[in-house]
Design a binder for this molecule. Structure first.
Ligand code: UD1
Length: 352
């Protein structure tokens, strides 16, 4: 298949591009090499690009540039749309850049894909587990519930777990499934959820196929470092490499599912090769299936680098969710995909 990967020079993008090329596909990358993500690498605008396998052409353009996207899409059977501004952001001042990069970027891509003729390409969209907000919980008294955002008062008092809206009891976290309603809690999450909505409207209008992969916390070699887009494993690595103790927010008990970038790249290949029903978006949670806590990630990274033990600071970030872990059973059943890399193995690679 001929496949366009937007954001293909990025962290997940370069791994996905390599996996698609290794699977025998004819791959082409469109990437703006935004300096706030790529730093000095943004100067490598020509082909070959150091992050890309030999022979993979790079179109140096922004996904909001309709003409460039239309040109790159010519003759493509599928597009993997990874170009996005990620992370929680530096502050509300990022709001317009998130909406422009993610919502408008997706809209321009979908319009160009619809223009591609009678058979629009299959779209694989990088969604996120953040679309679920707090995800699935249960109250001992009131059963399954979806809690509202945590209150500043609770956070200031060190009550980090969400409470039941009916009785105020602290809730028990569970695994969220794909049919859980979207309930985004920050601007980035809003844009990822809206991207899925746009995709749903686009598939209905075009009769095309689209798959949304709701990635969990992706980590591994090539992770952005020392940028606002660095995930927590990369931040902990930077601290530990400098002999400093990783700083763990809240009480370190926040639960996440860290999934290795090579496993995510294999999920992209599976989603490209197996389009689902036409006229709708099929969503899959893409996690390792192993729930861990941020405190545990900090301990593992510090130990691997012989750094001081992590410090639990009790600070919190506005817009952060407490626990998000999902069931990735559907991806296993439908796509035949499951993660292979254990956290211990993956973190050892990250610090190597
Ligand atoms: C991450 C991704 C996001 C992706 C989502 C879903 C980044 C920056 N964000 O969001 O793009 O959509 O996963 O997979 O990669 N923390 C600390 N100490 C620190 C920094 C963070 O304790 O120095 C804590 C945070 O409070 C949070 C957890 O680590 O509880 C994870 O933070 P982060 O890596 O930023 O990821 P998410 O917000 O989960």
């Amino acid at each position: 298949m001929r496949i366009l990967v937007t954001g293909g020079a990025g962290f997940i993008g370069s791994a996905a591009t390599a996996a698609l090329a290794a699977a025998g596909h004819d791959v082409l990358v469109l990437d703006s090499l935004r300096p706030d993500v790529h730093g000095a690498r943004s100067r490598h605008a020509g082909s070959p690009h150091p992050a890309l396998p030999d022979g993979v052409p790079l179109v140096h353009a922004d996904v909001r540039d309709g003409d460039a996207v239309r040109g790159a899409l010519a003759g493509c059977d599928a597009v993997v749309h990874l170009a996005a501004k990620v992370g929680l952001g530096v502050g509300i001042g990022d709001i317009d850049d998130y909406v422009s990069s993610n919502d408008l970027g997706t809209a321009v891509l979908l319009r160009a894909a619809a223009d591609a003729g009678s058979r629009p390409p299959h779209v694989v969209y990088a969604s996120s587990m953040v679309v679920y907000g707090e995800g699935a919980y249960a109250c001992d008294e009131h059963g399954p519930t979806s809690p509202p955002p945590r209150s500043e008062t609770d956070l200031a008092e060190g009550v980090f777990d969400p409470r039941c809206a009916a009785c105020g009891r602290v809730l028990r976290p569970g695994l969220v499934g794909e049919d859980a309603p979207a309930d985004p809690r920050n601007v980035y999450a809003d844009t990822k959820a809206h991207g899925e909505r746009l995709l749903a409207s686009w598939t209905r209008a075009t009769g095309a196929t689209a798959t949304a992969l709701r990635f969990h916390n992706v980590y591994g070699p090539g992770m952005p470092r020392d940028t606002p887009y660095a995930g927590v494993a990369s931040i902990f690595r930077s601290e530990a490499e400098h002999g400093r103790a990783p700083k763990v927010f809240e009480d370190g008990g926040q639960r996440r599912d860290l999934v290795h970038v090579d496993d995510v790249a294999r999920a992209v290949v599976a989603a490209v090769e197996q389009p689902q029903a036409a006229g709708r978006v099929e969503a899959f949670n893409i996690g390792s299936g192993t729930v861990t806590t941020i405190g545990e990630v900090a301990r593992l990274v510090a130990a691997l680098l012989d750094a001081p033990a992590p410090v639990v600071t009790g600070e919190w970030r506005a817009g952060d969710v407490r626990h998000v872990t999902a069931s990735s059973a559907k991806a296993r059943t439908v796509l035949g995909w499951h993660a292979r890399t254990s956290l211990a193995e993956g973190l050892a690679q990250l610090v190597a």
